[in-house]
Design a protein around this ligand. Structure first.
Ligand SMILES: NC(=O)c1ccc[n+]([C@@H]2O[C@H](COP(=O)([O-])OP(=O)(O)OC[C@H]3O[C@@H](n4cnc5c(N)ncnc54)[C@H](O)[C@@H]3O)[C@@H](O)[C@H]2O)c1
Length: 413
């Protein structure tokens, strides 16, 4: 039995899923093949992902390929209750609702695992960490896992490094058709959308400080610039800092940026990016948001301790009144602003990521028993297939090498 907030929201959720599906032609093509070939017949797939409309389309595609799908959300604020209800009504086992407590989240992870998944699709490594620590009896039958995000890949690599990883994992995050588009353009657009929806503020003319210039950070910086912001980047990696400089952003330490920023968006995957020393320097009215995976980038605990009082200023906006009278505004509790205060990435971009997920899950099942417990990259053929299908379904044609060109490129002469 599924556990969702309100099963009667299913019709409303199905409308959202239909909307997303109609913008995900690549996954639809893959689903049509899955329907015929049934690659997942007899396989239970456990998922821990942001439970919103695009994820539901992925779940339904896996189900159409013969899988029993069981899912929980990967963040307390990213689950959409109507979508969860619709996915449950369509036959998946869903354990998710917006606003779960850490205890409920943990219980939901274990509920997913109670179905005995053979394949795990994780966004942050949570299901697999639970398998490795609390449900080790599942390990012998486990085929493998696919990981969606940078932070999750870090966790899987850490398990591998310590010799503790017990089954093969595909780092779906680390492939071109994911990070070049989803991490960069998807998060770039949706993080700013989250900030704008939450605050209704004008971006033009504002100083937007972006913590981290990885795939996510550069996307946010690009979009903020496009909206007329003065962009500032903070980094710890000199090469990435240099890239940011060459792309026209100001680069400085967070200590300096704290004094001039109007809007701060962190995207490092690291903790303690904005802390007490920065809150002390910020301008009255500064807005704080995070787009990294966990809510550890803005030190919310310290902010709470420093504040004289707090109140909800708007939905997803908490005002912190400091002792000197300044007000700082925290969006979505410091959790992923693009998912908590907006609808996450546009469907067209998730179409590629979830095509990669579906094809990698199929790859794991087809290669059952042949892969050793380590973190694998996405097979290059899958990346190319996803890119080719995206172009085809958007009626974009490209050239192919002539035999003479192929010969030329392979020759040393
Ligand atoms: N919001 C979303 O929907 C979404 C989408 C994709 C990824 N993510 C998450 O966003 C985070 C970043 O992902 P990414 O793919 O850009 O990772 P990345 O590794 O490509 O980039 C992170 C960048 O942050 C920098 N950094 C690390 N520690 C720092 C510090 N203390 N101060 C300043 N800079 C620092 C690194 O040098 C790196 O350049 C991860 O947590 C990832 O899981 C979120």
């Amino acid at each position: 039995m599924s556990k969702v907030k309100d099963a009667s929201l299913a019709a409303q959720g199905e409308l959202k899923i239909e909307w997303a599906r109609s913008h995900m032609p690549v996954l639809q093509r893959i689903q049509e093949r899955f329907e015929k070939e049934q690659p997942f017949r007899g396989v239970t797939i456990g998922m821990c992902m942001h439970l919103e409309m695009k994820t539901a389309v992925l779940g339904q595609s896996l189900n159409a390929g013969g899988a029993t799908v069981t899912i929980t959300g990967s963040n307390p604020l990213s689950t959409q209750d109507d979508v969860a209800a619709a996915l449950a009504a369509s036959g998946a086992y869903v354990y998710a609702w917006r606003g779960v407590t850490p205890k409920e989240h943990h219980e939901n992870l274990l509920r997913v695992l109670s179905h005995g998944p053979r394949v795990v699709i994780d966004d942050g490594g949570e299901l697999s960490v639970a398998v490795h620590t609390e449900r080790q009896q599942l390990i012998p039958e486990m085929i493998g896992a696919c990981e969606e995000t940078t932070t999750g890949v870090h966790r899987y690599r850490a398990l591998e490094k310590e010799g503790l990883l017990k089954y093969p994992v595909i780092a779906v995050n680390d492939t071109y058709t994911k990070f070049l588009f989803d991490s960069q353009h998807g998060t770039g657009q949706s993080a700013l959308e989250g900030v704008m929806r939450a605050t209704n503020m004008l971006i033009a003319g504002k100083t937007v400080v972006i913590g981290g210039f990885g795939w996510v950070g550069r996307g946010i910086a690009l979009r903020a610039k496009g909206l007329g912001a003065k962009t500032v980047v903070t980094e710890v990696d000199p090469v990435r800092a240099l890239e940011a400089v060459m792309e026209g952003h100001r680069v400085m330490s967070m200590n300096d940026a704290a004094k001039i920023g109007d809007i701060f968006i962190t995207a490092t995957g690291c903790n303690q990016i904005i802390t007490s020393e920065h809150f002390a320097e910020m301008k009255d009215g500064a807005v704080l948001a995070n787009s990294g995976h966990f809510d550890v980038e803005v030190d919310v605990k310290a902010l709470r301790q420093l504040a004289m009082s707090t109140r909800t200023a708007r939905q997803n906006v908490e005002e912190f009144k400091m002792r000197d009278g300044r007000r700082l505004y925290l969006l979505a509790e410091g959790r992923l602003v693009n998912l908590a205060a907006a609808d996450g990435h546009p469907a067209e971009v998730m179409d590629m990521t979830f095509a990669d997920q579906a094809l990698c899950a199929e790859y794991l099942v087809k290669n059952k028993g042949k892969l050793t417990p380590k973190v694998y990259g996405v097979p290059p053929d899958i990346d190319k297939t996803t890119a080719r299908l995206w172009l085809e379904t958007h009626h974009i044609s490209i050239d192919s090498l002539t035999p003479e060109q192929s010969r030329y490129l392979q020759s040393w002469e």
